[in-house]
Ligand binder design. Structure first.
Ligand code: PLP
Length: 355
């Protein structure tokens, strides 16, 4: 008799689920995926499309998108050999995890953090060691360092600032962890442009075990283009790149990146707006009875309410889509929403006040 289909598959599939966005991806006021509320202006889209038209669509792009990698390396002021571009930072996460993990290897993940980390680790049959955040949702740096040593982990992944808590590690704390760890340390800086803390990027020259991850999906407003980057010293980067899917980034992503980096004032203006609105939202929410806001270091805010499912549904029925993150450890009755346009934020505030 033949085996059940499930027995023929990777046994780790029984421990993971399909990636879902609760509430969907459509709404009048969409605040549930930490996106930028500002699309690229039409004049720049036209310029990008003109360039894209003259490309050879019948030819493969470069194995790795060297034009995009050179542009980003020069933007960051690092050598091109330190940088690899991917189809969204999610693709780079898969690549780095493939390079670092496998059966019998151990990964340390602070909890709660970005759900994809645990999912890929389980898929690769690695052992997951977690360290809880503190009750105020801040990182517990001493516990991270102690646990990494005690559990002899091979790999540490730190989302800083962290999704979904909105809290960051300081530059000094990252350096302490990287210096102490007998492990590869990945600092996922998806939200770094919104942070009060400095990037860990300057540490890559001194620490051969550090990888920094960046995305163009948040501050650079290019979630639809799927662009991410890993940055490390060239020796480590050469190893990490080995499992990478060849030709994963299309020509349009590269052209778009080069043009947006060339018009970076668009990004800084958008970030300034979002930071001003974040401050306004936090201070207004502090005045609403029954709603607590955690101070955020990102483009999203975490609030705690009396009944998160009820508030989520009421907001959704009124056309405002947020994320219910109350299923994460330490985040009972918490909701997450990204900062939107002023009028979108006003709509959310009005609804929260009326509840
Ligand atoms: C911490 C973190 N890392 C990585 C990503 C993935 O970004 P992308 O694949 O769009 O680059 C996200 C997206 O929400 C995130 O929150």
């Amino acid at each position: 008799m033949k085996r059940d289909i499930k027995e023929l598959l990777n046994p780790a599939l029984q421990r993971i689920g399909v990636y879902k966005v609760e509430g969907g991806q459509e709404a009048e006021v969409k605040l549930n995926q930490n996106e930028s509320p500002f699309d690229i202006p039409m004049w720049l889209k036209e310029r990008i499309l003109d360039e894209f038209r003259s490309e050879s669509w019948n030819r493969y792009p470069d194995i790795l998108p060297y034009r995009g990698m050179e542009a980003y390396a020069s933007f960051l002021g690092v050598s091109p050999e330190s940088v690899v571009m991917s189809n969204g930072s999610n693709e780079m996460l898969y690549t780095i995890f493939l390079a670092c993990l496998g059966a019998g290897r151990r990964i340390l993940i602070p909890e709660p953090s970005f759900s994809l980390y645990e999912k890929i680790a389980l898929l690769l049959q690695a052992e997951v060691v977690t360290v809880p955040m503190r009750p105020d949702l801040e990182f517990d740096v001493d516990a991270l360092i102690e646990t990494a040593a005690r559990e002899k982990v091979d790999f540490i992944v730190l989302s800083t600032p962290n999704n979904p808590t909105g809290k960051s590690l300081s530059h000094a704390a990252i350096e302490r962890i990287v210096a102490a760890a007998d492990a590869i340390v990945l600092a996922d800086e998806a939200y770094v442009e919104f942070s009060r803390e400095e990037s860990a990027l300057d540490l890559i020259d001194r620490y051969p075990n550090l990888i920094v991850l960046r995305t163009m999906s948040k501050a650079l407003a290019l979630a639809g283009m799927r662009i991410g980057f890993a940055i490390s010293n060239p020796a480590l980067m050469a190893e990490i790149t080995k499992p990478k899917i060849p030709f994963a980034s299309g020509r349009l992503a590269e052209i778009t990146l080069v043009n947006v980096l060339g018009n970076y004032s668009l990004v800084t203006e958008a970030v300034d707006y979002i930071l001003r609105e974040r401050e306004r939202l936090e201070s207004e929410i502090r005045g609403i009875e029954g709603v607590d806001a955690f101070e955020s270091d990102t483009n999203f805010i975490i609030i705690r309410v009396g009944d998160a499912s009820k508030v989520f549904t009421t907001l959704k029925n009124a056309g405002v889509l947020v994320r219910n993150v109350s299923g994460y450890p330490l985040m009972e009755n918490c909701l997450r929403f990204n900062v939107g346009l002023r009028e979108e934020n006003d709509r959310l505030l009005e609804l929260l006040k009326s509840l």
